[in-house]
Design a protein around this ligand. Structure first.
Ligand code: ADP
Ligand code: G3P
Length: 496
């Protein structure tokens, strides 16, 4: 048995390869950023070949830098930015257009047409998703409509499509295997999450030949062996695949119904495990597949905050108020509160529960006494307020009370923010020793299918808690602060 599981974490701005040992600890990490293309306002694209190059280079780097031999890798887990869509030519193996990224709004018109045809609930009932450019369906449609000859090639069975996991599996197997997992399929808006099949009616509506779509497999199963010509002379099983937020849910050990995690990265993504029930949301949450394993599928409800850590980047790069994201805590801790200042960072609209793409950022409550410290604190607090917006509707829709929120992502090292989060939610906040929940989740999925770890109980026993925050705020203060936030959001939304 090999000594390590390698996770390939293909994110929106960088690719990472991480080696985990049998205790679930990080042995080594290599990371590489790649180019973001913004061809027009609101468009975001990636070069899928460059992504593949970045993945190969981090695999090489993690092995060279750690001195681990390729034959010591027991299995590979893949986790990825979700929804981002690649269409490639089966014969040449080359993408016919850039990958259209989940953040891109270039397919707004496609989606508007569907909305005006009244198809929103039709899509939602089948896929659990909102009719939005965020998901893959409008992206693949756009590529087929805009790339010359693409529709004909698709009909001649010469094109394949996939999310980034599929693209990487295809490349790692030297263009032999075209597959994806349940969690990624459930973000395409093409997959029927109840029947567990590509939805033929949706594909017909989009004129999308079913032959373009990958085979959907369990998240923890052996997909294929890597081809020795691409993976350093070795055949290594690809044993686990999941979209990054679902992988983080698994990595956080949220394997039982009601367990919830929130990831504080560029945006925030909160998922609650709803077990074998696909709960339908009344409040703008998405119903999605958490993972499929051992012949069963588990579902989750998901809420998204579009701007979270990126608001801190804005303080750093746009306003130049801080030099590093970490400095935000230093300044914010110099004051007891934001002195009535509220920042609503709706830079690209608002996600759950508002789904208001027209809203833009706003600041309230400024006085002559407002200082930089108050402003920074208010911006940090906005991450916590937006998280409360999501958690409140999540508890309502899932009909449960979340006792503990498990957190991960770049911003959780900020103790001021995490304490404020605990105070505002009136809940216990838990940080695990390993903050790499996404990569860890993919490693666990791969390790379970390849016998590196025996069962879910084994991996649960590996989880160690680094820090806990307990609520300390009075109920009156909590309510007063949150009501003010709600007013700020309301006011933001009427400004156009
Ligand atoms: N100490 C901190 N306080 C607040 N935000 C932070 C802190 N450290 C990092 N961040 C934010 O976290 C984000 C990076 O987290 P990460 O999980 O790597 O994001 P992603 O995976 O979305 O790229 C950045 O947006 C950064 O501004
Ligand atoms: O790559 P990340 O961490 O920004 O995650 C992106 C999400 O999967 C989008 O749905």
């Amino acid at each position: 048995m090999g000594k390590y599981i390698m996770s390939i974490d293909q994110g929106t701005t960088s690719s990472r390869a991480i080696l985990f040992n049998q205790e679930g600890k990080v042995e080594h990490i290599a990371q590489k950023e790649f180019t973001q293309y913004f061809p027009h306002s609101g468009w975001v694209e990636h070069n899928a070949s460059e992504i593949w190059g970045s993945v190969l280079s981090v695999i090489a780097a993690v092995l060279t830098e750690s001195g681990v031999q390729p034959q010591e890798i027991h299995g590979i887990g893949i986790t990825n930015q979700r929804e981002t869509t690649v269409v490639w030519n089966k014969k040449t193996g080359r993408p016919i257009y850039n990958a259209i990224v989940w953040q891109s709004r270039q397919t707004e018109e496609v989606v508007n047409n569907w909305r005006s045809e009244g198809l929103e609930s039709w899509f939602q009932e089948k896929t659990g998703l909102k009719c939005d450019p965020y998901f893959s369906a409008s992206k693949v449609k756009w590529i087929l409509d805009h790339v010359e000859g693409a529709q004909e090639l698709a009909e001649r069975d010469e094109l394949l499509m996939g999310t980034i996991d599929s693209w990487l599996i295809w490349k790692l197997t030297n263009e032999q295997v075209h597959a994806t997992d349940y969690s990624n399929a459930s973000r395409t808006m093409l997959y029927n999450i109840h029947d567990l099949q590509w939805d033929e009616e949706i594909c017909a509506k989009l004129a999308l030949p079913l032959s373009m779509l990958p085979e959907v497999k369990e998240s923890s199963t052996v997909y294929a062996q890597t081809d020795p010509s691409v993976f350093f002379g070795q055949k290594i099983p690809i044993g686990g695949v999941a979209g990054d937020q679902q992988a983080a849910l698994f990595g956080q050990g949220c394997t039982e119904k009601g367990m919830t995690k929130n990831t504080y990265g560029t945006g925030c993504f909160m998922l609650v495990n709803t077990g074998e029930e696909a709960v339908v949301s009344e409040n703008g949450l998405l119903t999605t597949i958490a993972w499929g394993m051992n012949g069963k599928v588990q579902y989750a409800l998901e809420g998204s905050v579009f701007v979270a850590g990126s608001a801190i980047q804005w303080l750093r790069d746009g306003l130049r108020m801080i030099k590093t994201a970490k400095d935000s805590e230093l300044y914010a801790s110099k004051v007891d509160d934001s002195d009535g200042v509220y920042v609503v960072p709706a830079f690209v609209g608002l996600g759950t529960p508002y789904w208001d793409s027209t809203a833009r950022g706003a600041i309230f409550g400024l006085t002559r006494g407002t200082t930089k410290e108050h402003f920074i604190r208010a911006t940090l607090e906005s991450l916590a307020y937006q998280t409360k917006d999501v958690l409140d509707v999540m508890e309502m829709d899932a009909n449960l009370t979340v006792e503990t929120l498990r957190v991960d992502g770049g911003a959780v090292d900020n103790e001021m923010l995490m304490q404020f989060q605990s105070d505002l939610l009136n809940k216990r906040i838990e940080l695990a020793t390993i903050n790499e929940s996404t990569a860890l989740g993919a490693a666990y999925l791969a390790g379970l299918s390849t016998g590196f770890w025996q069962d879910i109980e084994t991996i649960q026993s590996l989880r160690q808690i680094k820090k806990v925050h307990e609520p300390r705020m009075t109920e009156d203060l909590r309510q007063a602060k949150y009501q003010k936030w709600q007013k700020a959001v309301e006011a933001t939304r009427v400004f156009h």
